[in-house]
Design a protein around this ligand. Structure first.
Ligand code: ZN
Length: 425
C-alpha cells in the first residue's frame, strides 16, 4: 500500500444566488486518503480534519495549477456511486436487531451494507445518495411520507466506505431547516462530504470539491421536487432546486475553482418507471454537452434506468434503490452500483475509460442471511455455489431485469460492462 501525503479536501460549495468573483472565497478542509489504485481491494480510508464552511469567513484557497506527485503517479481514478438510501421503518428495526445481535443497544446499519462493502470501500471515491434527513440520536423519527430517520445511518455509510453523499432530494425539506442542519452536522462529524443542501447562504455559495489522490473532484447535487414543500423565500439556499442553468453555472464555477472532474448528481425522473423520461434525456444531453460536466448520476425513480453514453461521457439515469423497503414491486428491490474509471488524458482533463454496472438487490425477506434484510451484490451471490436454487432463481430474474433496463439506450454497444459474476467484467 502506498502512503500518500495529506491532500487538501476542498469543500467549495456552490453559488445559487451570489456572484463569485475571480478572487471568490473558497472554504477548505483536508482529506487524508490512503490506498492503492482503484483496482485494488484495499480499503479506502480518509479523514476530514477541517470542517467545511458554515458561512463564517471562508478561507481563500487558490486552485493548484501543477499536478501533484499523486496526480502524476495515479492517472486513473475509480468512482463508485449508488442510488437512494431510503430508510423505511422496517430497516430501522433491522438495524436495531443487528445492534442487539452485537450486544449493543440502538441502531447498527453497517450489516445492511456488509455484502457490498468491499465494492464501496475499494473505490478511490464512493458517493451515496442520502435521500432523507436524520433526527436527533434518540429520536423522534418518522417514516413515509415525511422521513426523519435515525442518524446512526451516517457513521455507518462512512464505515462501509462512502466518502460523501448527495443530499438534494424531494425529501430534503421533510423536517425543515433543522433537519438539514442536523444532517449536515452529523455528516461533518462522520467525515462524509456532502452536496445539495446547506446551513447558510455562504455554505451554499461554493461547490463541494473533494481531493482524491491529489485530484480535485466536484460533487454537485440538485433535485426536481420537494414534494410540494417550498423553500422559504429568505432561505432559498437550503437545498438545490433543479434548474439546468443553476447546475451548469455551478459546474463552471467548480471548474474555475480547480475541479478536474465534475460529477452532477440529479434527483429526477418518474417513480417506478424504468424508462428515462423525455425531460431526463433532454437535461442529460444539455449537461453532458457542457465541457464542465464529466458524469451525471441519477436517482429518485426507485428502479433502475439506463446508462447512456453521450458525446463520450456517461449518464446513469437512475441507479434504483440502494437500501429501501418497498416490497410492492420487485423492481424496487433491484439496484445498480455504478463504477466509473476516469483516466487523465491531458492536464486537468479526464475521460471515462470504463463504465461498469454492478447489479444489487435488497433481500427484503432474509433469504441470503438467515432472515436478515441485506443489500446483496448479485455477482457475488451468483458466484456462491452454496446458495439455494430459489435464491439463484430470484437473483437471475433480478439480473435479467437490471440488464434489460441498463442497456435500453444502447449502453451495451457503447461499452457498458455489467458484472454478472465475480469473475466477469
Ligand atoms: Zn426521491
Amino acid at each position: 500500500m502506498m502512503t500518500l501525503r495529506p491532500a487538501p479536501l476542498t469543500i467549495v460549495p456552490l453559488l445559487c444566488c451570489l456572484a463569485l468573483s475571480a478572487s471568490g472565497t473558497t472554504g477548505h478542509a483536508t482529506l487524508t486518503k490512503r490506498g492503492g489504485t482503484g483496482n485494488t481491494d484495499a480499503p479506502t480510508q480518509q479523514r476530514l480534519t477541517e470542517r467545511p464552511p458554515e458561512g463564517n469567513s471562508p478561507t481563500v484557497t487558490a486552485p493548484s495549477t501543477s499536478p501533484s506527485p499523486d496526480h502524476r503517479e495515479s492517472p486513473e481514478i475509480t468512482v463508485v456511486a449508488a442510488g437512494d438510501v431510503l430508510l423505511h421503518n422496517a430497516l430501522w428495526a433491522q438495524a436495531t436487531a443487528d445492534a442487539k445481535a452485537a450486544g449493543r443497544s440502538g441502531y447498527d446499519f453497517r450489516p445492511l451494507f456488509s455484502e457490498v462493502e468491499s465494492i464501496i470501500s475499494s473505490a478511490d471515491l464512493a458517493i451515496c445518495h442520502l435521500e432523507t434527513v436524520v433526527g436527533p440520536s434518540g429520536g423522534p423519527f418518522s417514516g413515509y411520507p415525511r422521513f426523519v430517520v435515525p442518524p446512526q445511518i451516517i457513521p455507518a455509510l462512512k464505515q462501509v466506505g462512502y466518502d460523501g453523499c448527495s443530499t438534494a432530494s424531494n425529501h430534503s425539506l421533510d423536517d425543515g431547516e433543522r433537519g438539514i442542519r442536523r444532517t449536515l452536522t452529523a455528516m461533518d462529524a462522520a467525515g462524509l462530504a456532502h452536496s445539495g443542501t446547506a446551513r447558510s447562504a455562504a455554505e451554499a455559495a461554493h461547490p463541494t470539491i473533494v481531493t482524491v489522490r491529489g485530484v480535485r473532484i466536484a460533487l454537485l447535487s440538485y433535485t426536481f421536487s420537494f414534494n410540494g414543500l417550498r423553500l422559504p423565500s429568505d432561505q432559498a439556499w437550503l437545498a438545490n432546486d433543479l434548474g439546468a442553468d443553476a447546475l451548469l453555472d455551478e459546474a463552471k464555477r467548480a471548474r474555475a475553482a480547480g475541479a478536474e472532474i465534475v460529477i452532477a448528481s440529479v434527483h429526477w425522473g418518474v417513480e417506478y418507471s424504468q424508462t428515462a423520461s423525455p425531460a431526463q434525456t433532454k437535461l442529460a444531453k444539455r449537461f453532458l454537452a457542457s465541457p464542465n460536466i464529466d458524469l451525471v448520476l441519477g436517482h429518485h425513480a426507485h428502479v433502475v434506468q439506463p446508462f447512456e453514453r453521450i458525446g463520450g461521457k456517461w449518464v446513469v439515469y437512475s441507479m434504483g434503490n440502494h437500501v429501501a423497503r418497498q416490497p410492492q414491486r420487485e423492481t424496487t428491490q433491484d439496484g445498480v452500483i455504478a463504477k466509473m474509471t476516469f483516466r487523465r488524458v491531458a492536464d486537468r482533463q479526464w475521460r471515462t475509460i470504463t463504465a461498469e454496472g454492478i447489479p444489487t438487490r435488497m433481500d427484503l425477506f432474509g433469504v441470503y442471511d438467515a432472515g436478515a434484510m441485506r443489500l446483496v451484490s448479485i455477482p457475488a451471490v451468483l458466484s456462491d455455489r452454496s446458495i439455494s436454487p430459489y435464491l439463484r432463481h430470484v437473483c437471475n430474474l433480478s439480473l435479467d431485469r437490471t440488464k434489460a433496463a441498463l442497456t435500453a439506450r444502447g449502453a451495451a454497444s457503447d461499452g457498458l460492462i455489467i458484472r454478472q459474476s465475480q469473475t466477469s467484467r
